[in-house]
Design a protein around this ligand. Structure first.
Ligand code: KMH
Ligand code: ZN
Length: 309
């Protein structure tokens, strides 16, 4: 069984400060939780930034600069920067942090979806910050836009020189695998590609084991041996799908971007707590966890000395 790569997605752009006091949004909190997650065994840190005062999603490269060099100084983890930003932002804005930092990895969303978060708003009577409720409710009428032109723009900007950044291909439904296959056939990406099956977002495929097997079988058919894969089980499905993915030879992603919980009804105290839990389960079922350098070799990354932060 190949080693399992654990990614931790530290803060994202879905959850809001009202939902959990553990959700990091200041540079200090993002730095501290990233270092702790890496020390707990996450080989990859998937990072978004937030506005330091309000916790609103941010793609300001200066907000990333406030934590990236500090994380790099204290860990050997692979830095993966989101090009998803938040669902309200255009692709030029969303690319700004990755072009500034030239990271080893960045995300690349493989299709447009109704990325709906509005049901989350109904769970709270009041919000810490004014932006939170309208942001969540607006997603009922919003589209997370990732057209073929957007995908090509990210591929051309980040894939070749000078960045040579490897993509975490976020696939929210089975059609996104076909989008990726089309792009591969155009010569846009080099093997081994790294697929992230995103399951359980309202607007995408649901987080069921049958669907995970379906995604994997489809990827096997389309990409043969030339891919690595991982799974995000959004919300309550996080650990359940991680366990199954690892048994099927896949990698796993945890973190407060994807779920705020450590078990049913109990909020996680930190990102590191989720990393520790998944690593405990992986060890119990016989999966060895990859170090950052092992993950670099598996994914064919350029190396931590090639970034610009
Ligand atoms: N928040 C996840 C569901 C991105 O950053 O590009 C997907 C994600 C998108 O991580
Ligand atoms: Zn993300």
């Amino acid at each position: 069984m190949p080693k399992t790569i654990v990614t931790c997605a530290i803060t994202g752009a879905i959850h809001t400060p009202t939902m959990s006091d553990a959700l990091p949004y200041t540079p200090e909190q993002i730095y501290e939780q990233s270092v702790a997650a890496a020390k707990a065994g996450a080989a990859i840190l998937h990072l978004h930034a937030r506005h330091p005062e309000t916790g609103a999603p941010s793609v300001d490269p200066d907000h990333f600069k406030a934590f990236l060099p500090r994380i790099k100084a204290e860990t050997d983890a692979i830095i993966n920067i989101s090009t998803g930003g938040s669902i309200t932002m255009g692709i030029d804005q969303r690319l700004a942090p990755a072009t500034a930092a030239s990271p080893e990895m960045c995300s690349l969303n493989m299709g447009s979806i109704n990325f709906a978060m509005h049901p989350l708003a109904d769970r709270y009577d009041s919000f810490k910050f004014d932006w939170e409720e309208p942001y969540l409710r607006a997603s009922e009428g919003g589209i997370f836009r990732n057209t073929f032109a957007d995908i090509a723009q990210v591929a051309q900007t980040m894939g070749g020189a000078p960045h040579n950044t490897k993509f975490e291909h976020e696939c929210y439904d089975v059609g996104h695998l076909y989008n990726l296959k089309f792009c591969m056939d155009q010569g846009m990406f080099k093997a081994p590609i790294f697929l992230q099956f995103v399951m359980g977002v309202l607007g995408g495929i649901t987080a069921e084991i049958d669907n995970l097997v379906f995604m994997k079988r489809t990827a096997d058919r389309l990409f043969g041996e030339s891919y690595q894969w991982s799974v995000i089980g959004a919300g309550a499905a996080q650990m359940k799908l991680a366990v199954v993915a690892a048994q099927l030879g896949g990698h796993v992603r945890v973190g407060l971007e994807d779920s705020l919980f450590i078990e049913r009804g109990k909020l996680a105290s930190s990102n590191a707590q989720q990393v520790e839990k998944v690593i405990r389960i992986l060890a119990d079922q016989g999966n060895e966890v990859a170090t950052p350098d092992e993950a670099r070799a598996i994914l064919g990354l350029k190396g931590a000395d090639q970034v610009t932060f």
